[in-house]
Write a protein that binds this ligand. Sequence first.
Ligand code: DOR
Length: 431
Amino acid sequence: MRRPFLLRGIRPYGAGDPVDLLVRDGVIAELGTGLDGTGAEVLDGGGLVALPGLVDLHAHLREPGREDAETIATGSAAAALGGYTAVFAMANTDPVADTAVVVEHVYRRGREVGLVDVHPVGAVSSGLRGERLAELGAMAASVAAVRMFSDDGMCVHDSLLMRRALEYTRGLGGVIAQHAEDPRLTAGAQAHEGEIAARLGLAGWPAAAEESIVARDCLLARDAAAALHVCHVSTAGTVEVLRWAKERGIRVSAEVTPHHLLLTDERLAGYDPVNKVNPPLRTAADTRALRAALAEGIVDCVATDHAPHAAQDKDCEWSAARPGMLGLQTALSVVMATMVRPGLLDWRGVARVMSERPARIGGATEQGRPIAVGQPATVVLVDPDATWTVRGATLASLADNTPYEGMELPGRVVATLLRGEITTEDGKVQR
Ligand code: DOR
């Protein structure tokens, strides 16, 4: 444990005059102006915005099985540099995280690396095959204490299996995170079904393939009185389904990715597979609806769907390329560009949608805590005035499939603290 340190002049939630924050034994020991730094290492906070450490409900860390694309170590480093202190690692690994043994492995490896809390997501169905339930109870009872289950990458499309999964997880105090995609409607799909896909000659992925599954699942969650979480909401129509369900008290939460807030299918014109993602980039009207829904709370939180891919799986022709894009190191800047700069969210709101709500949805009780005396020193320091240019080759991920290559983005994570340990760079607060 490092010796006590004093951060001078930070602005919690970006509001009010700068204050000092003293960290002792991993906990926020004091918070106030003009604190005495005797015996502590003193770091200049220079007016940086302080937020609770970010929590990502949706990342693909690829270990075990595709350590050529990402590992728990490289993914954790990317997360810490992006301001995250906890990451939920999706189950579509090889082997699939559908047993206690695999989730325990992911959990332990995450602890060993120690840069973020890695929470393994358990598969809903054995082998992600959508046929029979995986060992949900055993995964929940394991040291990994799994609370979120998902077949992400695949939709749990069998209605009866989904019903049983919801009923079962209710008993476990867990949540089913659904990748909403009716596979019959998206067979062979390559891009959002609309004008651009038609012009480019790409098979379409209709909005109804997402919206119909979300509607069905909301009804199943209602009947089971269970918690449903909708992954990567991508259409304006899904927002309306969620509004309907929430107005009726159905226990549904939802996430939106940074790329669905910023990018549209206009990007597909050059057939660059870096823009291929599932669900696909949609229209400008959809991005507008998603931003408004996040501001309003119909969509609860931001999750990255960080999906690293090895070069041979991505640098190929459009139809053969795997869907997915990097997200962990750029998410906060994209949220700044799409939500903070246009005045849709203030920093309090960013803390809500990138830390507090995802922590609550995923059951990560040590995360998303207020910046207050006695709480874990699990915070991120952000320079809101800085800008940076994204270069895939310099990101911490093993893969470099960022759609933001060469783009100048606002806001820079200066340091991330997990229970008082600085997880970024060399332990110095750098501007
Ligand atoms: O684009 C995506 N990539 N969407 C998914 O649902 C899965 C993910 C992956 O695992 O690459």
